[in-house]
Design a protein around this ligand. Structure first.
Ligand SMILES: O=C(O)CCC(=O)C(=O)O
Ligand SMILES: [Fe+2]
Length: 338
C-alpha cells in the first residue's frame, strides 16, 4: 500500500505573516497526525546531495577488507562499519551494511559513578582508502544540523510553544549522528527485513533516500505504507524525545525498510538531530498540552527523558556484539519515563 505524505516547504517559513501561518498549520497537522513528512525548500543543493551519494557509493564499492578496516567491533563508541546482518532490530538481523558517524570528539571512558552513555562520545573511524569520506560526511552533518535546527524551531512554533525552548539542550555538544547505509538486495533466506520496525531515539530525523524505495511508515491503523521517494526532498520523522517533550501530543512513528528485490541495491542517509547526551528533556509548554495523552507505554521499549539513556538503549539492542565486547555492565541500567 502506498502513502502520500504531507509536503512541507521550509522556505515558506521566511514568507509573510499569512504564508507563515499557513506553513505552521500544515506543519502542525503533519507532525501531529502522521509524524512523517517530505521536506522541500531546505536549501541543500542538488550538487551537495550528488557529491555525498557519489562518496557513499564509492565506500560501499571498496573491497570488504577495506570496509572492515573501520569495523565498529573495534570501537567501544559504536562508531564505524557494521557488516550485513550484524545489526539487529526487533531481535532479527537487518539486511544492510552501514557506517555510523558522529561528532569528532576525544574518546570518553565514563568513570564508575558516571552514566554509561558517555561511551557514545568518541572518535570516528575513517577508511584510509577513501579520504574524501571524512570531508563529505562532516560537511553533511554541518549542513543538516542547521536545517534541523530551523525545522525544530518552526515545529515548536507551529504547536504554539516557545521556538527556542530546547536550545539549551542542544548547546555546545549536541549528539549529532549520521548513518551511511546500503541495502544490498534481499537476504538469501527470503526475509525482507532491510531494517526492522523501530522508532528513532532523538528529536528529528532527516533522511535522504535514493530512487529505489522500500521505506514504510506505520499508520494509526497498524498498516505499514510505502513512502515513495521524492527527488530533492528529505523524509522527516519525529523521534522519541519529541514524544517525551510533548507528553505524547506528537508521536514517534514506527517505520521500517523492506529489502529491495533480488540484487538491487538501495542507498540511504539518515541524519539524526539529537541534543546533548546529558540533556533532560523537560515538557515543553504549549496550548494543547492538556490534551496530550501521555507517552507510549511499551515495556519492550521504555522511553527515557534523559537523552543519553534513551540513545544507549538503542545501541545496546542493535549492536549486541559491540555491547558484549565492551559494555556488559550497561545492559541493565536505568528506569523509564512516567
Ligand atoms: O534507510 C531508510 O530509509 C531508513 C533508515 C532508518 O529508519 C534508520 O536507520 O533509523
Ligand atoms: Fe529510523
Amino acid at each position: 500500500m502506498s502513502n502520500s505524505l504531507p509536503v512541507i516547504d521550509l522556505s515558506a517559513a521566511s514568507g509573510d505573516a499569512a504564508t507563515r501561518a499557513a506553513f505552521h498549520e500544515t506543519l502542525h497537522g503533519a507532525a501531529r497526525d502522521v509524524g512523517f513528512f517530505h521536506l522541500t525548500g531546505h536549501g541543500i543543493t542538488e550538487s551537495e546531495t550528488a557529491e555525498l551519494m557519489r562518496t557513499l557509493r564509492a565506500f560501499f564499492a571498496l573491497p570488504e577488507a577495506e570496509r572492515l578496516s573501520i569495523s565498529n567491533l573495534n570501537s567501544p563508541h559504536f562508531r564505524g562499519y557494521t557488516r550485513i546482518g550484524d545489526e539487529r532490530t526487533g531481535g532479527s538481523p537487518d539486511w544492510r551494511d552501514q557506517i555510523d558517524i558522529g561528532a569528532e570528539r576525544a574518546p570518553r571512558t565514563p568513570g564508575a559513578d558516571e552514566p554509561g552513555y558517555w561511551w557514545l562520545e568518541g572518535p570516528n573511524q575513517w577508511p584510509a582508502a577513501l579520504p574524501g569520506l571524512r570531508t563529505a560526511a562532516l560537511h553533511w552533518i554541518d549542513r543538516l544540523s542547521a536545517v534541523a535546527e530551523r525545522l525544530l524551531h518552526e515545529l515548536l512554533a507551529s504547536i504554539g510553544a516557545p521556538a527556542t525552548f530546547y536550545d539549551d539542550a542542544f548547546a555546545d555538544r549536541p549528539h549529532l549522528h549520521l548513518k551511511l547505509v546500503r541495502y544490498p538486495g534481499s537476504a538469501p533466506d527470503g526475509a525482507a527485513q532491510g531494517v526492522g520496525a523501530h522508532k528513532d531515539y532523538g528529536f528529528l530525523t532527516l533522511l535522504l533516500q535514493d530512487e529505489v524505495g522500500g521505506l514504510q511508515v506505520e499508520g494509526a491503523d497498524g498498516v505499514f505504507r510505502d513512502v515513495p521517494p521524492m527527488p530533492g526532498a528529505f523524509v522527516i520523522n519525529l523521534g522519541e524525545l519529541l514524544e517525551v517533550a510533548t507528553n505524547g501530543y506528537l508521536k514517534a512513528t514506527n517505520h521500517r525498510v523492506v529489502s529491495p528485490p533480488g540484487t538491487r541495491e538501495r542507498y540511504s542517509v539518515p541524519f539524526f538531530y539529537n541534543p546533548r547526551l546529558d540533556a533532560r528533556i523537560e515538557p515543553v509548554p504549549f496550548p494543547h498540552a492538556h490534551r496530550a495523552p501521555g507517552v507510549t507505554q511499551d515495556s519492550s521499549n521504555p522511553l527515557f527523558a534523559e537523552y543519553g539513556r534513551n540513545e544507549i538503549k538503542g545501541w545496546l539492542r542493535a549492536h549486541p556484539e559491540v555491547a558484549r565486547r565492551y559494555h556488559s555492565g550497561l545492559l541493565t541500567e536505568g528506569s523509564p519515563v512516567g
